[in-house]
Design a protein around this ligand. Sequence first.
Ligand code: HEM
Length: 136
Amino acid sequence: MSTFLIVSTVWALIALVLLVIAWWLARIGRTVAHRNIMILLTLGAWVFIFNYIFVQRYGGDLGSFPKEYVPWIALHGSLGLVPLFGATCLIIGRLMAGRNRFSAHLNRHHRLYGRAFIVVWCFTHLGGIFNAFFLR
Ligand code: HEM
């Protein structure tokens, strides 16, 4: 396994645990801790994506998948962008609370969007762990 894959898999495991903890914290009303973890995870996800693009572009040892897995890899990657942009919007919405209609909408439906994004996010990490162990 390449260094990139090892780091990605470790990050995926940590992020999975933190996502569940952040959700639980929100449910019991520990908003500040919930917010801090979600901001950390979202920043981490952006770092991961930029690192992934950088490694792809400058020829790291990501290796290649057998052709038959390409549709799954494309689905997995595209789905991963949903919680990435979604969580970023939720955070911006909270930070800009009361300033515009976009943030008002996001904050009104924070719980609904948040639940959907966390589920897709967990699925993306589980998919990444599956890829690292079974598709290489
Ligand atoms: C600045 C960042 C954030 C703050 C201040 C914040 C704050 C809150 C607060 C106050 C609640 C309680 C309910 C409500 O307001 O509707 C909540 C619930 C929730 N948040 Fe966040 N949140 C943030 C980011 C996120 C992000 C990025 C996600 C997911 C991508 C998320 C997912 C959730 C979920 C799933 C719940 C509902 C928990 C439940 O009752 O099942 N939050 N959040």
